[in-house]
Write a protein that binds this ligand. Sequence first.
Ligand code: C2E
Ligand code: CA
Ligand code: CA
Ligand code: CA
Length: 281
Amino acid sequence: AKEQGKNRFLTFETQMHEQLLNRLDEEARLRDAVRRGELRLHLQPVVGVPAGQMAGAEALVRWQDPERGLRMPGSFIPLAEETGVIVDIDRWVLFEACRAVKRWQDDDPATAPAWVSVNLSAAHLEVPDLTDQVAYALSSTGLSAQCLVLELTETVMMRDLAVTSVRLEELRELGVKIAIDDFGTGYSSLGYLRDIPVDVLKIDRSFIDGMAGNGRQQELVNAVIQLGHTLGLRVVAEGIEDASQLSLLTVMGCKFAQGYHLGRPEPAEALISRLSTPSLR
Ligand code: C2E
Ligand code: CA
Ligand code: CA
Ligand code: CA
């Protein structure tokens, strides 16, 4: 029995060792992914309500992993955040998103989105040259600052309110817009809406999800929309998956919506060639 116990322990230790090696290997491969050109830019439309035309687009990253195929952010962003690789990934996405949308606006202004939004992770707010990175992405691609939205979650913004407000003030001086992402899932203290300069409020999918058949939830979403409008913010409802959700939001006066029902994220080139005027292709 004693021998067995020892073997079990060795097996456990070997497993731990293997897990650690896998993690280190994955980390190294993730680090190289940016350099090797394995990241892919996907765009998801944000549409105007009720007209249904594309108003903006959100940049969402994918990893074309040579070993495991096309990977969603949920499978690598957490590791990227732990290891700091996220800063490189977000810088890549920022630049590529600005470049793609600027080209689209030049080639076919009639179908191009008026803005592109890019997600920033917590680590990024602490990078001292974030504002320089954003200024560089704009000046080198030629995208107008008003066409760029930076999305941050409430939780990220609340980490250090003093740092956050200074950073966001700097960024807004460039002319870019700031969005609160996943609104309602984080801190739930509304005080920061007074202290932090933001332009866009994105209502989290979880609020939209339970709306049908739940009067209370509908009232809550309605109240958030009115609050946002009262504060002069652009309000975007996220995760619209069916027509009934869209019609409820229309009645509530929500002006922008995003979700599978309105358009799934797809490779930037695919979206552009699908929507651009055929004669220009
Ligand atoms: P997010 O910023 O809240 O992005 C919206 C997510 O919801 C996307 O998932 C999108 O595909 C998904 N989605 C959109 N419409 C619907 C819908 O109708 N139903 C459902 N069920 N889902 C919908 P995705 O692309 O897997 O991204 C997940 C998260 O990963 C993002 O959440 C964001 O937090 C993060 N992420 C994605 N790209 C980047 C990036 O470039 N940088 C950073 N830092 N984070 C990123
Ligand atoms: Ca987002
Ligand atoms: Ca979101
Ligand atoms: Ca999210």
